[in-house]
Design a protein around this ligand. Structure first.
Ligand SMILES: [Zn+2]
Length: 318
C-alpha cells in the first residue's frame, strides 16, 4: 500500500509543509490500530464460533453422541437381561419353589428404582445425569435380581437334595411283590377274626403264601426284629426318620437285626402266619409320629386305578 503523505499549512510562511509524526504519536496510533484489530478479531471469532462451533467442540459433541448411543445400547442389554432373569424367576416360582414348598420370590424387586436416585449422588450435576442415573438404576435392579435368583437356585439345590433324601426314606412301595388281593385294610372291625371282640385294624394286610419275600418300603434303620408276643408274631419294625415307622407282621422269618441300615427294597424277611393270624398274610403298618396312617395312601402309584378304588370301596363298606 502506498504510504500517503500528510501536509499541514504553515501560516507563518504561507506554505504547505510535510507533516512528520513524532514517536509518541506513532505509538498511540499503532496501539489504537492494534487494539481495534484485536477487538474485531474477537468479535468475528465469537460470531463464527456461535454459528459453526470450534473443531474441538465439534469433536466433543461427537463424543457425547457416541456415549449416548453406548448408554442406549447398554440400557437395551440390561433390559434384555432383566427380562431373562424375570423369566427364570417366573419358572422358579411356578414350578420349583411351588413344588418344593418354598416361599415365592416377589415379582417386583426394585433396588435402584424407587428412591434410588439419591443413592447415585456421584452422577448428579451433569448434562446427562438423568440418562446415567436411569441406566445405573436399571443395572442395580438387575444386580439385585440376579443375586436373589442365584441364592434361590442354591436354596433349591439344597432343598432338592433334602427332598431326594426324604423320598429315599419314606415308605413308598409295596412290601411284597404280589398282585394285590383284597386284604384287610385300615378299618374298624366289629368282630375281630381271632379275638371275637370289636377292634380297630391299623394297617394293610397282603394275602400271600408263607415264605413270600418281604421288602423294606423305604430307607431307614431296623428298630426291632423278633417276637414281642403282641399279636404280630415275628415282626420287623423299621425307623425311617421324619416321624415314620413301618411294621411288617406275622413273618415266618426275620432276615435283619436291630440297628441294621436298610435301603428301600432290601429283603428283610419272609411272610408267614405267626402271632394272632387266621391265615398266611403280611400285616403291613405305617405309623407317623406314633399315629397309624393308611398304607394305601403311600403306594397308590403301584396300584392300578381299578385296584385302588376297589380297595377304598372295600374299606368304606361296613
Ligand atoms: Zn393286619
Amino acid at each position: 500500500m502506498l504510504k500517503r503523505k500528510k501536509y499541514v499549512f504553515d501560516t507563518a510562511n504561507l506554505q504547505f509543509l510535510q507533516h512528520r509524526r513524532n514517536l509518541t504519536q506513532k505509538l498511540v496510533r499503532f496501539s489504537l490500530f492494534f487494539g481495534a484489530s484485536v477487538v474485531l478479531a474477537l468479535f468475528y471469532g465469537f460470531i463464527f464460533q456461535r454459528l459453526v462451533g470450534s473443531p474441538k467442540q465439534e469433536l466433543l459433541e461427537q463424543r457425547v453422541d457416541e456415549m449416548k448411543l453406548k448408554y442406549a445400547l447398554l440400557e437395551k442389554k440390561i433390559d434384555y437381561s432383566t427380562a431373562a432373569v424375570a423369566d427364570l424367576r417366573s419358572a422358579d416360582n411356578s414350578s420349583y419353589r411351588a413344588i418344593l414348598d418354598l416361599p415365592l420370590i416377589p415379582e417386583d424387586i426394585s433396588e435402584g428404582g424407587a428412591g434410588g436416585t439419591f443413592k447415585f449422588g456421584d452422577l448428579s450435576g451433569y448434562l446427562n445425569t438423568d440418562l446415567m442415573m436411569s441406566v445405573r438404576s436399571k443395572f442395580e435392579d438387575l444386580k439385585t435380581q440376579t443375586n436373589i435368583q442365584y441364592n434361590s437356585l442354591n436354596e433349591l439345590k439344597e432343598k432338592a437334595a433334602e427332598w431326594k433324601e426324604m423320598w429315599a426314606h419314606l415308605p413308598y412301595i409295596r412290601p411284597v411283590n404280589v398282585t394285590m388281593k383284597l386284604g384287610d385294610g385300615m378299618k374298624f372291625r366289629d368282630i375281630h377274626p381271632v379275638w371275637g371282640s370289636p377292634k380297630w385294624h391299623f394297617g394293610q394286610d397282603f394275602r400271600c403264601p408263607i415264605g413270600t419275600e418281604v421288602h423294606a418300603t423305604g430307607a431307614g434303620t431296623v428298630y426291632f426284629a423278633g417276637n414281642e408276643n403282641d399279636g404280630f408274631g415275628n415282626k420287623v419294625v423299621i425307623d425311617h426318620g421324619y416321624g415314620y415307622r413301618t411294621i411288617y407282621g406275622h413273618l415266618s422269618k426275620c432276615n435283619v437285626k436291630r440297628g441294621d441300615k436298610i435301603t428301600r427294597g432290601d429283603f428283610i424277611g419272609l411272610s408267614g402266619n405267626t402271632g394272632t393270624s387266621t391265615g398266611p398274610h403280611l400285616h403291613y403298618q405305617i405309623d407317623l409320629f406314633g399315629e397309624h396312617v393308611n398304607p394305601l395312601w403311600y403306594f397308590e402309584d403301584s396300584l392300578t386305578e381299578e385296584e385302588y378304588f376297589q380297595m377304598l370301596d372295600y374299606l368304606t363298606k361296613p
